[in-house]
Design a protein around this ligand. Structure first.
Ligand code: PFF
Length: 487
């Protein structure tokens, strides 16, 4: 028999466990830094409210009605609505996105584990900003170390998932999420007194549209066209929208999967509001903890994926009890990453169990191994292998020597490509299809009953959002990116 969550609280905890993770604490601050602060955060919050909230409601609702892994849920719901079974492709692309995301997520989570040991050994004590940067550089320049940590993290993920969602997840999340929250608040209090707080608040909340809408090079200078005008770009908007999906775990079936274990009497609206508010709060707190350190120490907010590893240890190295607090912080972040990793792999595992009759343990080991292999690409990326290098190797394999490759390939690597493709394309497309399915394809009386809003004014508002507003906004961003519209 399929189990349900043991209580409403455990569903919230599991969904918050999926949503809150490296996306909030590692990714949100560094992309905010790369895309200039203020307007990026506004764009992200705008997407959370107008796209994230309605689509999360839809995704939980679809899962709860379908009661299966995303592929089979979509098959069943499309049959019920008399629609084409091709809607199950949504589940397939979700499984692919989950595995691709987990492949690099695990490498970063491995770095987090490595840092909990570094923090406990007192390595950060009294270090300068340069010293801390050196510690990070030496970790990522040794691929075999990253590989070992990636292997450990994937093994722990496989172990947790093999035990089954309920046992593996509920206990972990109940204690650790609140603890992480408390530690983040402590770090923000430390940051308030670090000397860079005002600048950080200014950076995060004062909109500077130029930094968002115009393309800049690696050192922050604006790029110019032949007429000497700045070059307009929609990429930051796409990243902001993609991050709204990523941080809420939407568009790939993770939340649909968790919804499938949810009992029918719970109000999906309330659940959504709680999950979204907590997730957003954690991201903003992470920004408020990290950016003051960036400015107080003259660091570059656009330092990229290494940002938290190059900033927070500075605080841990200089505060009393920093070794303990630092160790605790990275351990809690590791658990936050683990509870997200579980939700990234669960749709594929559940599908193998349901449709292929594979035992849970075997299914988990299979998927885990594939993800582990893909992760090796990101390990090379973090240790400095660019797309340029990979293409050259590939050409050489095919016997083609001396190819002139564009310099742009130097800027990209396996991680940046997979990250952009999954977060900025696959998740929003998945979300768009979920909105269209829930808004247009499912029968209205089914959704009205299924979503069981306690307030009768909420349903029509949700319906307008999911039918028109969210799809329109996602499409606008896509059409602008491919240059069909010019805003
Ligand atoms: N929401 C997670 C985070 O912010 O770290 C990452 C994630 C989990 C993305 C599950 C997508 C997903 F389906």
């Amino acid at each position: 028999m399929r189990h349900e969550w043991s209580s409403r609280l455990t569903f919230i905890l599991a969904a918050v466990g999926s949503a809150v993770g490296l996306g909030n604490i590692w990714k949100f601050p560094y992309i905010t830094g790369e895309y200039g602060g203020g307007v990026f955060i506004l764009a992200y919050l705008f997407c959370i409210c107008l796209i994230g909230v309605p689509i999360m409601l839809a995704e939980i609702g679809l899962g709860r009605r379908g009661k299966h892994s995303p592929v089979n849920t979509m098959l069943q719901l499309s049959r019920e609505a008399g629609a084409h079974p091709a809607w199950s492709l949504l589940g397939w692309s979700g499984m692919a996105a989950g595995c691709l995301i987990l492949s690099y997520y695990s490498v970063i989570a491995g770095e987090v584990m490595a840092y909990s040991f570094r923090a406990s050994s007192g390595m950060f004590n009294q270090q300068t900003a340069d010293g801390i940067k050196g510690i990070y550089t030496s970790l990522v320049s040794e691929p075999e170390k990253l590989l070992a940590w990636h292997t450990i993290f994937m093994s722990l993920t496989v172990l947790s998932v093999a035990k089954g969602v309920r046992d593996g997840l509920e206990k972990t999340v109940v204690f650790l999420m609140p603890a992480l929250f408390v530690l983040l608040i402590l770090l923000v209090i430390y940051a308030v007194n670090s000397g860079g707080f005002d600048q950080a608040v200014d950076f995060m909340f004062t909109p500077d549209p130029d930094k968002f809408f115009y393309a800049r090079n690696d050192i922050g200078h604006y790029l110019m066209d032949a007429q000497g005008d700045k070059i307009f770009t929609w990429k930051p908007m796409m990243v902001a929208m993609g991050h709204a999906f990523f941080t809420l775990s939407l568009g790939m079936g993770a939340i649909m999967m968790y919804g499938s274990y949810l009992n029918p009497h719970v109000s999906i609206g309330q659940m959504t509001l709680i999950i979204v508010s907590l997730d957003t709060l954690v991201a903003i707190l992470a920004g408020l903890a990290i950016f003051p350190l960036v400015f107080a120490n003259g660091l570059d907010p656009a330092a990229g994926p290494g940002l938290i590893f190059e900033t927070l240890p500075l605080a841990f190295g200089n505060m009393t009890g920093g070794a303990l607090i630092g160790t605790l912080f990275f351990i809690l972040l590791f658990f936050a990453a683990l509870s997200s990793a579980i939700s990234l792999i669960e749709p594929s595992v559940a599908w193998l169990i349901e449709s292929k009759g594979v035992r849970r343990i075997k299914a988990t080991v299979w998927v885990g191994t594939i993800v582990w292999f893909i992760g090796i690409g990101s390990i090379f990326a973090f240790s400095g292998t660019s797309l340029h290098d990979i293409l050259q190797i590939l050409f050489r394999w095919f016997g083609i020597e001396h190819v002139e490759l564009s310099q742009t390939f130097l800027k990209y690597n396996f991680f940046t490509v997979i990250d952009f493709f999954t977060a900025s394309i696959m998740l929003p497309v998945g979300g768009l299809l979920i909105a269209i399915f829930a808004g247009w394809v499912m029968h209205q009386d089914t959704t009205e009953r299924e979503f069981s809003f306690h307030n009768r004014h909420v349903y029509p508002v949700w319906q307008v959002m999911v039918r028109y507003v969210s799809p329109f906004l996602v499409l606008m961003v896509f059409l602008n990116i491919i240059g069909i519209f010019k805003f």
